[in-house]
Design a protein around this ligand. Structure first.
Ligand code: UD1
Length: 416
């Protein structure tokens, strides 16, 4: 899809089922490389990032098929690569395959994933962690060539709790000799999910969700069916979309503990937040209040992946709020587009000052990255008149048929 046309002003209400988290499914697909058995992943959304990861599996000789929300994978005949830039170029998460390919074949040759729209995103922590497990790494001509005839468990202490590095090291360690301990590990729910998947197919991992993860190497892995957690960022986006319209929206299949930092701020903004077993309902006032300060942090702090959508909500709040982005150096580009809709946002370095305005007006704007694009959709729902959003392919990396989901809640949105 190329563009969304959104006529703002409709109050959203209703329920949305939240599918499995993209950021769980991507490492789980990579991790499946370690197994030769049938694997099924349920509630899997149809997203371009997931299609690209499936494409890598298929090009390496494995099988990956998404049918009626279930992803079927079998990697019995998969080969080690090399994995060229043509395959890794579209998707940064392709770096996840390094650990599992090494774990299975003892060698890997994968093209460097490069930078992306929201910042440089180096992979030095992935590489130094793998080196600690006995991997010899040579970086040349844009390729990362790794060799580890005998992966061996070790203690890996991360300088920063990187999500991707924690996952890559976990996956490389699953079939290493002996015990690996990751210190200062990332604590994101998607890491607990990866541990759940690894243990479901016969691995031995514990501690995920804390700063210390322990992986005891096993010789083989089996297959199985796994249901990842719901996508907390999709849920948060839908709740912000409801809130900006003064709506009453419920997300289901969603456990509140994973979204606490976001629902906490929605509550400060004046929304009623109602938490049930596996659903969250947010009832918004006609106009929310500004939240004085939002600072992105590793989990359980406020997620950087919700920063743009929440800033969009703050754009029409009563009062002024400050947003600090601590994870990615280039994650405020979308504010230029929000200002085209009438928002009043000033950015200096990693801080945005958001002065809430009473009125936004539709205009042509461009999505330049995934969550920045989602922020434009949130803002457009409150605009007077029609907002034309181009670059929808960025949004489709992380949202499955967002236009249909928002329509089902009463939004006037058309895609073409
Ligand atoms: C994951 C998520 C992404 C989310 C991010 C932070 C997936 C597929 N993506 O990305 O949606 O925004 O976590 O919650 O799960 N860093 C280094 N060296 C490294 C690795 C990271 O300096 O080797 C830096 C990054 O540049 C960034 C920070 O660490 O500034 C956080 O990155 P990281 O936690 O690794 O994020 P990703 O795994 O890339």
């Amino acid at each position: 899809m190329e563009k969304y046309y959104i006529r703002g002003g409709n109050r959203l209400s209703g329920e949305v089922f939240i599918p499995s988290a993209k950021n769980s499914v991507l490492p789980i697909i990579a991790c499946s490389i370690l197994s030769r058995e049938d694997i099924e992943i349920c509630n899997c959304p149809s997203l371009s990032d997931i299609e690209h990861m499936m494409g890598i599996i298929v090009r390496l000789g494995g099988r990956a098929q998404l049918k009626d929300g279930t992803l079927f994978i079998n990697n019995r005949d998969l080969l080690s690569g090399p994995v060229s830039a043509e395959l890794t170029g579209c998707i940064r998460s392709s770096v996840f395959i390094l650990g599992p390919i090494l774990g299975r074949f003892g060698k890997a040759s994968v093209s460097y994933p490069g930078g992306c729209e929201i910042g440089l995103r180096p992979i030095d922590l992935h590489i130094s962690g793998l080196k600690s497990l006995g991997v010899r790494v040579r970086e040349e001509g844009g390729m990362i060539d790794c060799e580890a005839p005998s992966l061996t468990g070790n203690t890996v202490s991360l300088d920063f709790p990187s999500v991707g590095a924690t996952e890559n090291i976990m996956m490389a360690a699953v079939m290493a000799k002996g015990r690996t301990v990751i210190l200062n590990a990332a604590r994101e729910p998607e890491i607990v999910d990866l541990q759940g998947f690894i243990n479901r197919i016969g691995g031995r991992v514990h501690g995920a969700g804390s700063g210390t993860i322990v992986i005891d190497g096993v010789k083989t892995l089996g297959g199985g069916r796994y249901c990842p957690i719901a996508d907390r960022i999709v849920a948060g986006t839908i709740l912000c979309a409801g809130a900006i319209t003064g709506g009453d929206v419920t997300v289901t299949n969603m456990y509140a503990e994973n979204l606490g930092a976001v629902t906490g701020k929605l509550s400060v903004a004046g929304c009623g937040v109602y938490i049930y077993d596996d659903r969250i309902r947010v009832v918004a006032p006609e106009r929310v209040r500004a939240v004085s300060k939002i600072e992105t942090q590793p989990y359980p702090g406020f997620p950087t992946d919700m920063q743009p959508q929440f800033t969009a909500l703050m754009a029409t709040a009563e009062g002024t709020g400050i947003v600090c982005e601590n994870l990615f150096e280039n994650r405020f580009k979308y504010t230029v587009q929000l200002n085209k809709l009438g928002a009043d946002i000033t950015v200096k370095d990693r801080t945005a000052v958001v002065r809430g305005v009473g009125r936004l007006a539709g205009a042509p704007v461009a999505a330049e990255d995934l969550r920045g694009g989602a922020a434009l959709v949130v803002a457009a729902l409150r605009c007077e008149g029609v907002t034309e959003i181009s670059g929808v392919r960025h949004i489709e990396r992380g949202y499955d048929r967002l236009d249909a989901v928002l329509s089902s809640l009463g939004a006037d949105i058309k895609g073409c």
